[in-house]
Every structure is written in C-alpha cells, then in structure tokens.
Design a protein around this ligand. Structure first.
Ligand SMILES: C[S@@+](CC[C@H](N)C(=O)[O-])C[C@H]1O[C@@H](n2cnc3c(N)ncnc32)[C@H](O)[C@@H]1O
Length: 300
C-alpha cells in the first residue's frame, strides 16, 4: 500500500498513513513528488502550503500520483489557504467532501478514474528560468524577485576572500555575488528547501561551490575555520514568525568562523538580532539601514 505525506499534518486534523513517504521539500531526505510515477500511490495526506500556485501544483501532482480510487486528504489552516482548497480541487476535476477542524479546512477526495486535466497546474508551479536568467520555482523564498533585504546587502558586500558559507542560500543571489571575487576559494551553500538548493545548483555553476540540502542548525556543525559567512536569515518557521531561527543562524555563523572571520548579515529592521550579535562576536558594525532593512558586519 504505497502512501505519502506532505509536511507534518497535526494528527487531530488529518491522519498520516502508516509508513507514508515524506514529500515536503522542507524536510531533508524527502522524496520529490514530481519524481513519483503516475497512479503509484494508494493514499496521500497533505498539509498544503499557503502559496496559491504552489498549493495548486502540489494538489495536481498528488492527483497525478494517486491510483484511481486512491484517497487524498488535504488540509490547510483557514487563514493560510484553507478557504480556497475545495475550489482548487473542484477546479482540478474532483468531487470534494469538505470539513473543518482545529482552524483547518479539510478536503477529502477519492481520485476519479477519469483522466484529469492536471498539466496546467503542474506546469504553472514547476521550476523555470526567470527573466533575470535565474532558475526559480513558486514556493521558494521571494521566488520571482530579488528580496529588498538581499539587494541592500549586495550593495554593501565587499570583495570577499578565502573560504565561506551562504546560510539559507535560496536560489543563490548572494552566492553569485560572493563568487564574483576570484579571491574566494570555496563557498558552501546551505538551504532547508530542496527546490532552492536545486535552483541554486543551476544558478551557481562554479567549481568552488558546494551545495547542502540541510537545516543550517545541523549542517553548520560540519563547518569550521571559515573566513566569512553571508546570510539573509529566515524568520519564519512553519509559517509563524520565529525570531529564534535567525538568532540560531547567527550563533551557527559564529561557531563556523575562524577568529577574525566576518559575518555579513541583512535583516528586517524590526528583528532583534543585536543582543545575540554582541554576545557571539567581538565587534559588530552597523553598515547600512534603509527601506526597512539593516546590514551588519560582525567580526569574530
Ligand atoms: C530570507 S531567505 C534568503 C534566501 C537567499 N539568501 C536570498 O537572499 O534570496 C532565507 C532562506 O533560508 C532558508 N531556510 C529556512 N529555514 C532554514 C533552516 N533551518 N536551515 C537552512 N535554511 C533555512 C529558506 O528556505 C530561505 O531560502
């Protein structure tokens, strides 16, 4: 009975089938749903992500990989896409039974035997080359434009040298700028999102680059003696603001740097990173402040 799950649906919202393969790109080691064969699954449970294009893409793939008669249970919080779940599934050709539990909308579907028109939704959410020439995919951070915080950092980033890392590399905007310096000898790009790492592999074609699909809080433990770290740290975990995540990134950077090594950081102005920077680094210099973002250089 092959079955799959996307994310970690709360057990009191929908049940995860026993032995289900994990499909979320935010869980390192998981299976990419686009690589599963058509009609290969009996049961799928989805905690559907909030982005509309991303959600439709996922639902279409789930219907593609379910066998006729296979069961789909899809849930999303009401304030993060739950209210449009049913309409999306109906639009993909399904009969839907909708219920509500614990602030989630839940849609249950038996995969119809008739052919469904899924190609449009699958193509709309697939990886593609943007007008910038970079690979990206809906669902990845700031997927169709350079984030203003990263932009500000790019305007102030000096020519770096030695070995470094890009924590939460996204599709590789910062890494591309870093590697434009011939004095950089190696760069480790780490991101929790498989889709981002795969796009970065297309966007950063450089023998000095190494790509790691992992949580920085674990992967940074394998790094030591770095000359620099660049980052635009995340401050959301599972859709909720979580300042501790960015603070953990800062501590992980400090642990990975050699004495005298530098962290270059961009962040939204409202995020409280100053105390942890002061605690983990010898010297902290505010470099820029504008458009709601701030840039710091911190020396270990
Ligand atoms: C604010 S974005 C910056 C992306 C990219 N550096 C840029 O400037 O466009 C933060 C990135 O961190 C990634 N991320 C979130 N949590 C993470 C974690 N625990 N470990 C590694 N990466 C993480 C996200 O997937 C996202 O790509």
């Amino acid at each position: 009975m092959p079955s799959a799950v996307y994310g970690n649906p709360p057990p009191d919202v929908i049940e995860t089938p026993k032995g289900a393969a994990q499909l979320s790109p935010l869980i390192p080691g998981s299976t990419d749903i686009s690589r599963l064969a058509d009609a290969s699954q009996d049961e799928i449970a989805l905690l559907v992500p909030g982005g509309a294009i991303e959600a439709r893409h996922l639902l279409a793939h789930a219907l593609r990989v379910l066998r006729p008669g296979g069961e789909l249970a899809a849930a999303a919080p009401k304030d993060r896409g739950g209210l449009r779940l049913k309409k999306t599934l109906v639009g993909l050709g399904c009969e839907v039974m909708e219920t509500s539990r614990r602030h989630h909308r839940i849609c249950e579907v038996e995969r119809p035997a008739a052919a469904l028109d899924l190609a449009g939704a699958i193509a709309e959410g697939a990886p593609r080359i943007l007008p910038s020439g970079l690979w990206s995919q809906p669902g990845v951070f700031s997927w169709d434009r350079l984030d203003p915080g990263s932009d500000l950092l790019l305007q102030h980033l000096p020519t770096l040298s030695g070995a470094g890392a890009d924590f939460g590399c996204g599709i590789g905007w910062l890494a591309r700028a870093v590697l434009s310096s011939p004095a950089v000898s190696a760069l480790t790009l780490i991101d929790l999102d498989r889709r981002a790492v795969e796009c970065a592999e297309h966007n950063v074609v450089d023998p000095r680059a190494r790509f790691v699909w992992a949580d920085v809080r674990n992967a940074a433990k394998d790094l030591a003696g770095l000359d620099f770290v660049v980052m635009n740290p995340p401050f959301h975990d599972g859709g909720q603001e979580d300042r501790r995540l960015g603070q953990a990134f800062i501590r992980a950077a400090a642990d990975s740097l050699k004495t005298g090594g530098r962290l270059w950081l961009t962040a939204n102005r409202h995020l409280p990173y100053e105390a942890v920077l002061a605690e983990a680094f010898k010297a902290v210099t505010p470099v820029a402040d504008g458009g709601g973002y701030k840039i710091y250089e911190a020396r270990k």
